[in-house]
Design a protein around this ligand. Structure first.
Ligand code: ASP
Length: 434
């Protein structure tokens, strides 16, 4: 059996955490491929190493003195080396890095050092072999993963070594350059390696007991979700539940490799299991997720123009501006296009002007401060009355619904409310369903 175990930044933030990892890894010989993030925050250090490295790069770019940052970064690694009595010559590697610290250093290379140094120290501490991500996670020119090459490399590696530690968050391009994934991307490294080796399980170790049925910052002590399907998780992550990188399930879906979210600080807890499907459960819904700050472009069209024509022109405009569309509720002579407010900040007035000029548009109004909530659950599709329950709950609590949408898969119902009602809406819905 092979398990890929990925440990997030908070799991590797100091010696104490590394000791917990050692105990976890030693408790199960199947945990053969360990992926690590860079050192995260802890009580003593309020910054993630990755953030500091991005900041260091910005200092180099603008020619600002960066010595205080470098000191802060290296001190954290050196402290771990000292306390755990490791021998890896991180001082020499840091010196080499320092020699090439100038504005021409590739940003991705510099930032990847966070994961690289962490993996070096962790490998020695665990007594496992360090294998760099540049030797394993291979990209195509277009940035997609070259699974053929990655699989061959990983299989060859596992023939030589029983247990390995791999830095997460970066991969190598065909022309040998380091490329970072998006933030939180060590989760992706874990998924990619789990797929390449056809792992039995991908464990994602973090600092919470799994995925919660609602945001714990809003709902007090929400229920931990025991089991969730890939699709439900994608809905929840897309809508703001961010325990796992949104794209992590994609590589695993086809081979149906399950993911288990586990808490490094509470390893006995069973966490959340993510898989393709599960036997029926009694829960009507699986979870509630949501995000604030969306803008709705409310467009009225002339009754003589077919809606498809006007909609096509408006959508082309959004494509040209590379904007994500969250929803498009439509009526007979009107429709709305909903997008993240942040994403339109720069081109707000340009878009308004251009929409107004589209043939057939007779009116445009904008509405900001919208929150979108997703009520997610695989069981909703065959149980009538869920929507009714949502509406009556919100109605009873005097929360006005601005948008209602349900995809044909019936795996989620999306509700738009005003930002000011967002937290109340999540709370009353949670109370109603649990
Ligand atoms: N260290 C990177 C970040 O902070 C990647 C990761 O932790 O997954 O985004």
């Amino acid at each position: 059996m092979i398990k890929v175990a990925k440990f997030g930044g908070s799991s590797v933030s100091n010696c104490n955490q590394l000791r917990k990892i050692k105990a976890i890894v030693e408790a199960d010989n199947d945990r053969k491929i360990i992926v690590t993030s860079a050192l995260g925050k802890d009580d003593q250090f309020q910054a993630k190493i990755t953030d500091l490295l991005f900041l260091l790069y910005a200092h180099l770019e603008y020619g600002i003195d960066y010595s205080y940052l470098l000191k802060q970064i290296s001190e954290r690694y050196l402290q771990i080396k000292r306390e755990l009595q490791l021998t890896y010559d991180i001082e020499a590697e840091m010196k080499e890095l320092q020699k090439i610290l100038n504005k021409d250093i590739p940003k991705d290379f510099l930032v990847s050092r966070g994961e690289y140094f962490t993996a070096r120290l962790l490998a020695e501490f665990l007594g496992f072999t360090f294998v760099d991500a540049t030797k394993l996670v291979i990209l195509n020119y277009d940035g997609s993963v070259n699974y053929e090459a990655t699989t061959t490399k990983l299989q060859d590696t596992m023939k030589q070594f029983d247990h390995i530690v791999v830095p997460g968050f970066y991969a190598v391009t065909p022309d040998d350059k380091i490329r970072l994934f998006s933030r939180g991307g060590s989760d992706l490294t874990g998924s990619i390696l789990a797929k390449a080796i056809e792992a039995d399980l991908y464990e994602n170790w973090t600092d919470v007991n799994g995925i919660y049925a609602a945001d714990p910052k809003i709902v007090f002590n929400p229920k931990r979700i025991e089991k969730i399907t890939y699709n439900e998780l994608r809905e929840m992550s897309y809508r703001g539940a961010n325990v796992l990188h949104q794209e992590s399930v994609i590589p695993l879906e086809k081979l149906e490799i399950p993911i288990r979210i586990k808490n490094t600080n509470d390893p006995q807890d069973s966490g959340t299991l993510i898989s393709k499907s599960f036997e029926e459960s009694d829960d009507l819904i699986t979870g509630i997720a949501g995000q604030t700050n969306f803008t709705s472009f409310n467009i009225t069209k002339s009754s003589s123009k077919p809606i498809t024509m006007v909609l096509k022109d408006v959508l082309n405009l959004f494509i040209r501006y590379k904007l994500n569309i969250e929803h498009i509720p439509t009526g007979i002579d009107s429709f709305s296009v909903i997008t993240k407010t942040d994403s339109i900040k720069e081109m707000y007035f340009d878009i308004i002007n251009e929409i107004r000029q589209i043939d057939g548009v007779i009116d445009l109004s904008l509405e900001d401060d919208i929150s979108l909530l997703a009520i997610v659950g695989r069981n909703m599709s065959h149980i009538p009355g869920v929507a009714g329950k949502i509406f009556s709950t919100l109605g009873r609590n005097k929360i006005n619904i601005k948008i209602i949408a349900q995809a044909s898969t019936e795996i989620s119902i999306i509700i738009g409310v005003s930002n000011k009602d967002y937290e109340a809406a999540v709370t009353v819905l949670y109370e109603e369903f649990y």
